[in-house]
Design a binder for this molecule. Sequence first.
Ligand SMILES: C[S@@+](CC[C@H](N)C(=O)[O-])C[C@H]1O[C@@H](n2cnc3c(N)ncnc32)[C@H](O)[C@@H]1O
Length: 307
Amino acid sequence: MASFNGKAARRSILRRVLTPSGLIELRRRRKSRGRRKRVEDDPELKLYARMLDKEYLHLGYFDDPTLTGEDISFGALMAAQARYGAMIVERVRSAGGLVLDGGCGMGGLLAPLQEAGHRPVALTPDRSQIAHISSKFPDLPVEHSTFEGLDTTRYARAFDTIINSESWQYIDLDAGLAVVDRVLAPGGRWVICDFFRETDKIDRAGHKLEVFRAKTAAAGWRLIEDNDITPNILPTLAFAHMLGRRLIAPLVDYGIEKLQLKAPGVHYVFEEILAQAGPRLERQLEVVEPQKFAANKTYRLFVLERG
Ligand SMILES: C[S@@+](CC[C@H](N)C(=O)[O-])C[C@H]1O[C@@H](n2cnc3c(N)ncnc32)[C@H](O)[C@@H]1O
């Protein structure tokens, strides 16, 4: 890899912000901002997929909730994710039936579902996930759609089980309920594993638990299982928090200091922007701080059936 060259960096910046062709390109890129919808190509999920090197994108299930971030390895995290996947597959109704994996991510559940004799249909709005799944499972039906946008006429009453494995938080509550209502077969089962909000103190990610309960009850759903698995996902948050604090934050500081040393001019141009990196990272780390998460959110494994 070429070493960092301050002079070349300065020239490259000037070319991009001072020449006519640079300015045209700058304008084009600024205009394209927001055109690419996150749900269609999510960079964070792509990052997790690369870090974990396996096909699960959820928080996993640790049997031992006392583990700290420092106790955990990537291997242990992947084993916890497989355990979480197995807990979902165990709850799927009758082998041989059609199962909708709604918000399937990189398709981690698909092979275990097939091995257990089920016929999964994968659904995701994300095009890189679609490309990955289509190449790994060329014969498996794949729906490139949001859950809310699924063709409910084509799949009317088709699924014995619907799974939302850490995807329900992204789906509009009312629209999602209407889809489940139309595509689940009579006597079918709905398995949701995800976090829900109990307060709005940290952020507004996840549905409010009490609203979810009220709306599903009003729509005639019976909760046949309600497992609070919050303690079992906390070690993953502790691991992410530890990596952020002990690896990413020092690496960011290191990069900024190196830039200041090697290219003081470039550092000066970006100094105010770079100064925002630390506080921004702090805010992101707050979201994965285990105690804060547990004080504001709850992670549930729900199994629901019709009245
Ligand atoms: C955290 S990942 C979980 C992936 C997978 N279910 C797993 O357990 O590994 C969330 C998934 O939900 C998908 N998603 C986001 N918005 C969605 C929507 N409106 N409808 C369906 N899926 C959605 C994402 O693209 C991603 O596949």
